[in-house]
Design a protein around this ligand. Sequence first.
Ligand code: PMP
Length: 368
Amino acid sequence: MSILDLARPEIRAIQPYSSARMEASGGQVLLNANESAWAPAGDDGAGCNRYPEPQPAALIERLAALYGVRREQLLVGRGSDEAIDLLVRAFCRAGEDAILIQPPTFGMYAVCARIQNAAVIEVPLADDFRLDVEVVLAAVTPAVKLVFVCTPNNPTGQRIPRADIVRLAQALAGRALLVVDEAYVEFSEDDSVAGLIDRHDNLAVLRTLSKAWALAGARIGCLLANPEVITLLRRIMPPYPLPLPCVAAALAALTPAGQARAQEHLAIVRAQRRSMAEAMQRLPGVRAVLPSHANFLAVRFDDAGAVYQRLLAAGIVVRDVRRYPNLGDALRITIGSPDENDRVLSVLKTTATGGRGLAVGSASGEGI
Ligand code: PMP
């Protein structure tokens, strides 16, 4: 059986759009794409009169080396958000198929499924936020085409042991694609599971340059997967997803100098995560700081709504995650620069000793 037997048959049959950029081999007079012959005004637009490469060879090569996969095992898109969307559209038939998630987790899996009119089967994480493999497997019905797991998980910060991922991939073979979202893996001690793709054709891994590589504004994310899955998704992706300036920003960030800079900031985030957790744990009004392997802390308060308002009044916006199951009265606080983190602590100290703030309703929306 091919992994593509799990995909929507009509998607497999689609004749993809043939982009003009693919017809040119370089050094030719380009009159095949109705582009302008002149560069736009301004330095930032250099080269932008031409459509960009759909999957830029230099970036693919660099990212494949970074993530330890072959080029044909990698798809680059507008953030890993786009890869999530493409997966759901390619594998889930509207009104028939389903995805499986373990709340509390990243909101886009369910949002993409709902847009596609795929069902969302929720298997809540245990009280300590560990993923129970057998409970997840017991909930997999024939309609489930994609099982999303997030490690380290957003918004809880906990990790999933590699052995659990292997067990899931094995048990789901021939039944569903296991999509492991590693958006925050650089902040943890764990190795990526991307090396397991060769052994499990139903394993796919999401990576992003938005977090550890400081490129959220450039929107570059990847899917690492079996080449058959990558080829299928390339066929349904819009023709020119990656703007030239974004690709240039990514290539600059991935140079040895850029890598050194990213490593330096990773070390700061890890150290700050530890010191922030220790400092917050000691404050009255703080019930628990959940152990985190990511660049944020989920913190339970006696009154998270009041803390949220006091931080806001001090000009600091954190994420209100009270609406997520099991999290309780919690906020998710990103680890910022040491100065920013000190500002958070000083507000929390006054919250702990000072008056009570206003209670607020839950923030709306799915995205976390
Ligand atoms: N996965 C997780 C777990 C996330 O938290 C996020 C962003 N918040 C994403 C994926 C999407 O990242 P991007 O589209 O920026 O690559």
